[in-house]
Design a protein around this ligand. Structure first.
Ligand code: MD3
Ligand code: FE
Length: 200
């Protein structure tokens, strides 16, 4: 495993070995059977290209009413618990952080992307966010504390873990596109990104 530092982003390349990735995908299938992926719409009603679900005490949702954290899936059922292997990974990479309260699940098909944005719906922005990439590679773009300016891009590969702490926690970021057929982890292809967050 290689740890790269780009500004305040810390990238643990191939943190999860292929067998651990496969076990994680099996666990996620279970989570998604209870809390299925949905295609969110922005408050203006535009469908996002990414499908989403969540695990943990809170899930992040977006619909005509706005962006927010909710205690239940849109179907009304509570979000399933965050898988143990993810809690263990969180303790390993951010030992001083509070326990994660949300594991957001983003699924990208070969055409999906995520525009540049900041994550600021959480109450305590001093707490880190940790992401796990699974399946096809995604081109991650890191920006600045305000919109615009120079950016840096890096391909996130299956098994990579990214820690956003310090200034990186409030930086603009996005996924430009994914590289189809770059991984055999997911039988139907695509990319899954998990982000662990402290919400309250
Ligand atoms: C930097 N997800 O869910 S992961 C998101 O690959 C999100 O699905 C992307 O941006 C994805 O909000 C990027 C890396 C990431 C996640 C959360 C961050 C970078 C971040 C929060 C703050 C700053
Ligand atoms: Fe984000």
């Amino acid at each position: 495993m290689t740890v790269l530092r780009l500004r305040d982003f810390e990238i643990h390349q191939r943190y999860f070995a292929p067998e651990a990735q496969a076990r994680l995908v099996d666990t996620l299938r279970d989570v998604l059977s209870k809390a299925p992926l949905v295609q969110p719409v922005t408050p203006r009603g535009t469908p996002m290209s990414v499908r989403m679900s969540a695990a943990g005490m809170y899930g992040w949702v977006s619909d005509r009413k706005g962006y927010r954290y909710e205690l239940v899936h849109p179907s009304g059922v509570p979000w399933p618990p965050i898988p143990d292997s993810l809690i263990e990974m969180w303790r390993d990479v951010v030992p001083d952080a509070r326990a994660p309260e949300c594991c957001l699940i983003n699924w990208y098909d070969e055409t999906a992307k995520m525009g540049m944005h900041q994550d600021r719906d959480e109450a305590d922005l001093t707490q880190p966010v940790v992401s796990v990439s699974l399946g096809d590679e995604g081109l991650f773009r890191m920006g600045n504390l305000t919109r615009g300016g120079k950016t840096e891009s890096i391909w996130l590969r299956s098994g990579d873990v990214v820690v956003m702490a310090g200034d990186a926690r409030r930086a603009f970021h996005g996924i430009d596109h994914i590289r189809p057929n770059s991984s055999t982890l997911l039988p139907k292809g695509g990319r899954i990104n998990l982000t662990l967050r402290v919400v309250t």
